[in-house]
Design a protein around this ligand. Structure first.
Ligand code: AMP
Ligand code: ZN
Ligand code: ZN
Length: 497
């Protein structure tokens, strides 16, 4: 049987295999000096590397690992995605299922502006952040902001942390990181997080890639230049890994692309815990089936799922905070309600995120450099859920249980020569599919979607290769390829020479 003509049972077996593919990762012989600095530029879309004059971003990418993009988790919102980066768990597992959410057990709401909730470990218990993993293994951690870092989680806080205040000058953040690096060995944190919000704010206000976004990014690039110079001056570059990531991308929205949920649903009979590209609804005074049937087909730019029907690829269905009903708008469309939008002239919103993480517009920027990476290496898109495994590896400590895998990174770590990926293109009838194939993973570029899959069989540049991930499979040989994404299946795609 040719590899591309996998039977449906073959596919099922393959998906199951990938679904539980959490092999324990090897912990490298990292020295006790190793430091990891994890930096988030909120709302820095994957294609902002060429947006402006950003020599520091280029310095990191060219001296380390250049990655096409970062595939996030659903929903592509700040708290869920940041918490996935530091826990390696999906939101439906770590429990931060939205920026605004409701907990049915406690009958309580969480929102970013609610300081008491943001600082309450109750909301974060479903995952173990890397700073907790580190502190539990006697590695000190310091956070200059990160979602979750202000709470005591599983009884532990970072040794050094700050109460979130978006107005703290960027210079002050950089100076503090360098002061941490200067501490005596026994006090010095070896895991440091740093966070910047201005690119996201400008993206929301003006839209992706607009001039204010470029200016915000160039300013941060200058600050990061100071950080790199400071690290170099201290002679710590060869023991420090910088991971620069973003929490999601950004897409254009406009006021003529709003769907009013109250056109189709009596909002007094439901609880809506979050609005926007993906809206989360609880059945309070109306059965789930009635909500679903009221919204199914109601608007051509809107999809609705009961909790158990959410596509498996989203990996969203298990936590008690996952709502009864999920409604998702098409890219660029928003879901709101008439009372809220009555005041719409008072706010300016031309950028948003929160849609399907596979959509390329939702992919974040990512690059990293450090002693374990060879300059000139290039990777196809990677998954944010896999970043957690990388950090304990670099620090020489043991990771906690999580949903990710170190596998995509292992060929790149301590490689002799730069590693680059193979690009193969296929004609699938109506669509062209591009496979960007690395030693242990691949990115599947299909229309506006980019999916990340793990290698199941075959070798890079080999004659026949098979890849899979939850809800996804892709295989190809010299005759062609077959692709399966959710309930979409295309076989007999022909190689484009
Ligand atoms: P989003 O629109 O989902 O990208 O959310 C971005 C916003 O999250 C930022 O503008 C900040 O105001 C907010 N934010 C980021 N970190 C924190 C934090 N640790 N505590 C409270 N709010 C935060
Ligand atoms: Zn964000
Ligand atoms: Zn945002």
């Amino acid at each position: 049987m040719s590899k591309r003509k996998l039977s449906i049972w073959g596919l099922v077996a393959l998906l199951l295999l990938v679904g539980c593919g959490n092999a324990p990762s090897p912990v490298g012989a990292s020295s006790a000096e190793r430091t990891v600095i994890l930096i988030s530029i909120d709302g820095f879309r994957y294609d902002y590397f060429d947006l402006g004059n950003t020599p520091t971003l280029e310095r990191i990418a060219s001296q380390g690992l250049r990655v096409d993009s970062l595939h996030h988790v659903f929903p592509t919102k700040t708290f869920p995605t940041h918490y996935t980066v530091v826990t390696g768990r999906h939101p439906g597992h770590h429990g931060l299922v939205a920026n605004s959410m409701w907990d049915p057990d406690r009958d309580a709401r969480f929102s970013l502006g609610n300081r008491e909730a943001v600082e309450d470990g109750f909301w974060y218990e479903g995952g173990e952040p890397i700073w907790v993993t580190a502190e539990n293994q006697s590695v000190k951690a310091a956070t200059f902001f990160w979602p979750g870092s202000e709470a005591r989680i599983r009884g532990v806080r970072p040794s050094y942390w700050k109460v979130y205040d978006g107005d703290v000058a960027h210079e002050e953040r950089i100076a503090q990181v360098l002061d941490w690096i200067d501490m005596p060995a026994e006090e010095r944190p070896r895991l440091i997080t740093l966070y910047f919000s201005t690119v996201d704010s400008a993206g929301h206000r003006y839209g992706p890639r607009e001039a204010p976004v470029q200016m915000a990014l160039e300013e941060i690039d200058g600050q990061l230049g100071t950080l790199l110079d400071g690290l170099e001056a201290r002679g710590v570059m060869d023991e420090t890994t910088l991971i620069l990531a973003s929490d999601h991308g950004m897409a254009r929205v406009d006021f003529d692309r709003y769907i009013m949920l109250d056109d189709y649903l009596d909002l007094s009979k439901v609880r809506v815990s979050d609005w926007g590209p993906a809206t989360q609804i609880w059945a309070t005074d109306m059965p789930v089936e009635d909500i679903v049937s009221a919204l199914k087909g109601a608007h051509p730019k809107m999809r609705v799922w009961a909790k158990e029907d959410i596509p498996p690829r989203y990996q969203f269905g298990t936590h008690r905070r996952v709502p009864d009903v999920l409604v998702e708008a098409d890219m660029g469309w928003m879901i709101s309600n008439k009372p809220y939008m009555a005041g719409r002239s008072q706010f300016q919103l031309f950028g948003m995120h929160g849609w399907d993480p596979a959509r390329i517009e939702m992919h974040g920027g990512i690059t990293m450099m450090g002693p374990d990476f060879v300059a000139g290496s290039e990777s196809p898109a990677i998954r944010s859920v896999d970043l957690y495994e990388l950090m304990p590896h670099l620090l020489g400590i043991t990771p906690s249980e999580n949903d990710g895998t170190l596998a995509p990174f292992t060929p790149y770590l301590n490689a002799q020569d730069p590693i680059r990926y193979q690009t193969v293109r296929f004609d699938c009838g109506t669509d062209t599919v591009e496979a960007r194939v690395a030693p242990m993973h691949m990115a599947l570029h299909w229309e506006n979607e980019v999916h990340v899959l793990d290698r199941i069989e075959g070798e890079i540049n080999g004659p026949s290769q098979i890849f899979g991930a939850t809800g996804l499979s892709f295989s190809f040989d010299e005759d062609g390829a077959s692709v399966s994404i959710d309930d979409r299946f295309v076989a007999d795609c022909v190689t484009i020479q």
